[in-house]
Write a protein that binds this ligand. Structure first.
Ligand code: PMV
Length: 351
């Protein structure tokens, strides 16, 4: 009988949103209350590498090893990804009775991040994107990045955007089954290749309030939230897509900073209030303001996810004025560590 081990490996990049996803209209399917937009970062700096294997001789249940430690795969998110991918494989098996029934074999997933997992650096986005693509490759599914984004979204919302490189949107969609809540390419990285992201690891500690809990309390209690989801973000999505099409960094930067601040304002407006940024985060905001004031225009833009770490977007021609200044100023300062900031270009690999 078949005693083979079937195996496929892939990598997936991190993405950092410039229009934030914050709020679920359906927590089970990870359907968002607003569309969002992100930039995919280079895999040479930040990526998850994942190998998926399956075999009839595996005696254990489905398992997942992340950076060497066993993870719980019984959670609804991981289970949803496994279930969807197995269902697609089953269809192919039903049509081709001669191919091995991989969908019936236990899955063994081995994942490695080349960056600290708990650092709040969107590790779940790269993680679920890599997991979904590795299993899709293992099962030889003919799925497009769009279809895989629909599955990865159910693992972690932001993961759907890591199936594409460059500038990526996530359309909130309107279908109750989530079929139209998928990622799409706004522009390839080659369209605006001189974009850079400086990541300042303020704290490598795991975030205090998980994004799921934070979103749920914000949606339930913030008085600012409905305006953000229904009016502000839809307008910003259009402004941002236009700014990217025109390679207009001033607008890109201004909208990025306003949206980060607006998202964190709804967190502060939540009951009980949620504080993701700290004093060091606020110092980074002031430094970016100083850089932009000195330049007489917006050449640097900060953004913060559900944690204190700053991501600063800038164009390569302003490397010295932005990344150089940050490194010179903060290299020695307590709280920033020695060499914790990395400059990464947007992803240019064929996805
Ligand atoms: O994908 P999640 O559930 O970890 O949520 C991510 C939320 C933010 O990172 C704060 C914003 C975003 O759009 O990535």
């Amino acid at each position: 009988s078949d005693n083979k081990v079937y195996r496929a490996s892939t990598t997936a990049p991190v993405n950092i949103a410039v229009i934030k996803y914050w709020g679920k209209r359906d927590p089970k399917l990870n359907l968002p209350t607003n569309s969002s937009l992100s930039v995919t970062l280079s895999q040479s700096d930040l990526r998850t590498h994942t190998t998926a294997s399956c075999s009839p001789k595996f005696t254990y249940e489905d398992s997942l090893l992340l950076n060497g430690s066993p993870q719980d795969v019984s959670g609804a998110r991981t289970q949803a990804c496994f279930r969807e991918l197995r269902a697609l494989r089953k269809k192919i098996e039903a049509e081709n009775p001669s191919i091995p029934p991989l969908s019936t074999y236990p899955l063994n997933i081995v994942s490695e991040n080349n960056f600290p997992t708990a650092a709040g650096l969107a590790s779940s986005a790269a993680g679920f994107a890599a997991l979904v693509r590795a299993i899709a490759d293992l099962y030889e599914l003919p799925s497009s990045p769009t279809e895989l984004s629909r599955i990865a979204r159910q693992g972690s919302g932001s993961a759907c955007r890591s199936l594409f490189g460059g500038y990526v949107g996530w359309e909130m969609g309107s279908a109750v089954d989530g079929s139209d809540s998928v990622a799409y390419e706004v522009a390839p990285a080659s369209h605006w290749p001189n974009m850079r992201a400086l990541i300042l690891v303020v704290s490598a500690a795991k975030k205090g309030v998980s994004s799921t809990t934070g979103m749920q309390t914000t949606v339930a209690t913030s008085a600012l939230f409905p305006a953000r989801a229904n009016e502000v973000v839809p307008r910003r999505m259009k402004e941002m897509e236009k700014a990217i099409a025109a390679k207009d960094f001033e607008t890109f930067g201004k909208v990025t900073m306003r949206d980060s601040n607006g998202f964190h304002a709804t967190c502060l407006d939540t009951e009980p209030p949620i504080f993701y940024m700290n004093d060091v985060s606020r110092a980074a905001i002031r430094i970016v303001e100083g850089i932009n004031n000195a330049a007489g225009k917006t050449i640097a833009a900060y953004t913060f996810d559900a944690g204190p770490n700053a991501v600063i977007y800038y164009l390569e021609e302003n490397e010295k004025a932005v990344a150089g200044l940050f490194k010179a100023m903060l290299g020695a300062k307590e709280g920033w560590g020695g060499n914790r900031g990395v400059a990464v270009p947007v992803n240019d690999e064929a996805m």
